[in-house]
Design a protein around this ligand. Structure first.
Ligand SMILES: [Zn+2]
Length: 143
């Protein structure tokens, strides 16, 4: 069952996945986990558990999280940060950049923690570093 949308977004700018990108993907998925609604939460936590036991479930994680545009764009952002430190450029310009209004960000100015908005009207997630409710990205820009 690994054929579906293999490397769906990573290969756009990375070619193949390096261990760095695999780690970045799993790390981002772990951050996201607390904020995911069911049944995604359950499916993702299963995959992450398998990854912890040494199985390579990265592709499944990516496939699962690619279903939703906001999540996909947010993941793309998180992972590309670690790609660019290794000299990879983003090929698509900013065409895949997630708009601030689709992001939850931490109200602390020096905090870079962010999560995607999954559903309009959802409860704000907590910043795991500061334990405060996050705010929409566009409201932080205005202040
Ligand atoms: Zn924070």
């Amino acid at each position: 069952m690994k054929k579906k949308r293999r490397f769906s977004f990573l290969k756009i700018y990375c070619g193949i996945m390096s261990p760095t990108q695999t780690n970045a993907t799993l790390l981002a998925a772990q951050k996201l986990l607390q904020h995911l609604p069911e049944p995604l939460h359950h499916q993702l936590s299963d995959l992450l558990e398998q990854a912890e036991q040494g199985q390579d479930t990265t592709i499944e994680v990516i496939d699962l999280l690619s279903e939703q545009d906001n999540i996909r764009m947010w993941m793309d952002d998180q992972v590309s940060l670690s790609c660019s430190t290794k000299g990879y450029g983003r090929l698509g310009g900013n065409s895949t950049a997630i708009r601030a209004s689709y992001l939850w960000v931490c109200p602390q100015n020096d905090c870079t923690y962010s999560l995607p908005v999954i559903q309009e009207g959802e409860d704000p997630p907590l910043c795991l570093q500061h334990n405060v409710e996050m705010v929409r990205g566009d409201s932080k820009e205005q202040s």
